[in-house]
Structures are given as C-alpha cells and as structure tokens.
Design a protein around this ligand. Structure first.
Ligand code: ASP
Length: 343
C-alpha cells in the first residue's frame, strides 16, 4: 500500500476541535476554521492537497439536525468527483449519529468519509485534535491499485478508525471517547497505519454513488426501566404522526411480560407503527425468543434490531421512512444489513 498525492476535502461543521475560549465567559465557541488550519504547519508535510468547506454557522454537535446530515451529504455529492476522500470535522457528542446517518445517505460509496473531532480544542497545549485530524487525512488518502482503501463512512478517534455506524460515544472526558463493541476497529494508528482489511466493507463492483436526501423524523426512542409508566409509553405511542419506535430493551432483547405493556405495543403495531427491538447493553445482540420475556415481542412481529446501536437504528429508520420503504417490506429491510451496521 502506498500513499499517493491525493485531494482531500475537509468539511468543518463545528465542535470542540475548532473552538476557542471566550475570555469573558470562559465558554467554548466556534472559530473561523481556515484561520485555525494555518496554525497547524504539520499539515504541509502531508502528501495531499487539502481544501476546506466550512458551515457558515459552525455548530456544537448538540445542535445537529437531520437537515445538517443532508447538508453534509449534499456537499459530498457536489464535490465527489473532485476529491479522493472526505474528512468531516464534527463535535464528538453526536458524531456517532452523524456517521450512522451519512452511511445510510451515501449509498454505493467508493471513497472514504472520515468523521473526526476532538475532546480538546486544536489550540490547546495538550490537544488530541492534531493527531485525530492528521491521521484522519492520512487514512482518507490511503490508496491501493488506484482505489481508495476505505470505501465507507468511518469515525476516527484516538488512534483507531471505526465503522461509523457501529460506534457510540462512551466517555465525555477520556481521549478514547468512542467504542465499537460489536465490530472490530478497521485501522489502528501506531508506528504504522495498520489496516484490518478483513473488517472493511467488501468491495462492490463499480456502482454509481446515490445520495439520499430525505430523513423522516417521526421516530421515538424509549429506554425501558423497571417501573416505567405505561401512561408515558401510551402517550408516546399515540403521538400524532409517529411512524416508528426504537425500543431499548434489556439484555438480549427482553421486556416485561405485563399484558398491559404488551397490549400497548400490539395496538401500536396494528396501527402501523414499526417497533424495533434494540438492546440497551453496549455490546451483544438481541435474540428474540431466547427468553420467555422476548417471545411475546417476537410473536407480535417486533423488528429484530440484532446488534445494531441505537444511533444506527434511529438513523436507519429515518432513512428507510424517507426512502418510502413499504410497510410490508419494512421488517425484512430493517433486519438486513445495508451498510455493515448489523450482523
Ligand atoms: N460539545 C461538543 C460537540 O459535540 C463536544 C465535542 O466537540 O467533542 O460539539
């Protein structure tokens, strides 16, 4: 594998990586990213040409909205032919949602889209931003036989590249802020960049990229907990316009056997609401029918989220609803891995 002179587009959306401290309030606020890049002379040593597009209004990722995911996907669509790879600079708080969403919006991707950010601003003495940024650009530049090595949406943080739609933010403080418990990391940065080819998405014969631009937000998430009020659940399930519920269950997909609870779900399903069973455990998979406490869910045709993350489940549902997948096909399409997001 060799690194050739490549063209990389940095898309700056906001987040800590490009923030500076407001001297009056001490709070972090977004800063002109082009100016910040000038303060990283190391970038000149890279074997690539780097251009930057910045959101006019860089945002903390807590303000990310599906329309911003579509904005990023549209930039990639417009610039697709002119670049070998894309690095999306993003706040870490909702980066797993964005990486998951982009994986669904960008169908037949044949170039790398690497999301990265940092826990400390780029100007900070002990920043993790420089390593994350520089290595993300290097990974986005990897080529073999004229093809990009990474042809999927990845998330790079603290020496590891993960499949984006497999990640979850697990730590608000540590530089190692993300985990991908159900899929091994794709690249590890040490003295060398080690690419684990066996874990990458398989190479598909040349198909043209399709950029989807509709996300349907009529989705809710409910995390089960002992003592949860059925009134609350009922009011969520009867929300006007609701089309899907991601239900975070216990362990391998287990839920209470209480008839009132099960009846609420049954009624919602018969009203056309898609109910998806994902586990609230960070690792492992839903196995419906393994315990009596999930048999009823299986019988009423609750969708099996298998080992998908909640972030990927929410964005997959938004994407599938946006793409107009019919009610008849919804369960089987959801239970199929579309972008390597589940087994
Ligand atoms: N609050 C910031 C954000 O997600 C944190 C970060 O950038 O890591 O935008």
């Amino acid at each position: 594998m060799i690194t050739v002179k490549t063209n990389i587009l940095l898309i700056y959306t906001g987040g800590t990586i490009g923030m500076v401290k407001d001297y009056n309030s001490g709070a972090l606020k977004a800063f002109d990213f082009n100016k910040l890049l000038k303060s990283i002379p190391e970038l000149n040593q890279l074997e690539c040409t780097i251009n930057t597009i910045s959101f006019d209004d860089p945002i903390d990722s807590s303000d990310m909205h599906p329309k911003d995911w579509i904005r990023i996907a549209s930039i990639i669509e417009e610039e697709y032919d002119g670049y070998d790879g894309f690095v999306v600079l993003h706040g870490s708080d909702t980066m797993s949602y964005t990486a998951s969403a982009l994986s669904f919006l960008l169908e037949n991707l044949s170039k790398p889209v690497i999301c990265t950010g940092s826990q400390l601003p780029i100007g900070d003495l002990r920043t993790d931003a420089k390593e994350n940024l520089i290595t993300s650009i290097q990974i986005a530049s990897l080529h073999h036989n004229g093809k990009s090595v990474i042809r999927e949406v990845g998330l790079y943080f603290e020496y590891k590249l993960y499949r984006g739609n497999r990640t979850t933010k697990i730590n608000a403080e540590h530089f190692q802020a993300f985990a991908s418990l159900n899929h091994p990391h794709l690249v590890e940065s040490g003295v060398h960049l080690n690419v684990f080819h066996e874990y990458l998405l398989p190479y598909k014969r040349k198909k043209k990229i399709i950029v989807h631009k509709i996300m349907d937000e009529n989705v809710a998430v409910v995390k089960l907990f002992p003592g949860m009020s059925l009134f609350v659940l009922e009011s969520i399930l009867t929300t006007t316009g609701l089309k899907a519920l991601v239900l975070e269950t216990y362990g391998s997909g287990n839920a209470p056997t209480d008839t009132l609870f099960l009846d609420l779900l049954k009624k919602a399903i018969s009203n056309g609401i898609h109910v998806i069973n994902v586990t609230q455990c960070s690792g492992g998979s839903v196995i419906m029918g393994q315990y009596e406490t999930s048999t009823a869910l299986k019988k009423m045709q609750v969708i099996n989220g298998k080992d998908i993350t909640t972030e990927a489940a929410i964005t997959k549902v938004m994407y599938m609803l946006g793409a107009g997948v019919s009610s008849e096909l919804f369960k089987s399409v959801f239970e199929t891995s579309l972008r390597g997001e589940m087994i």
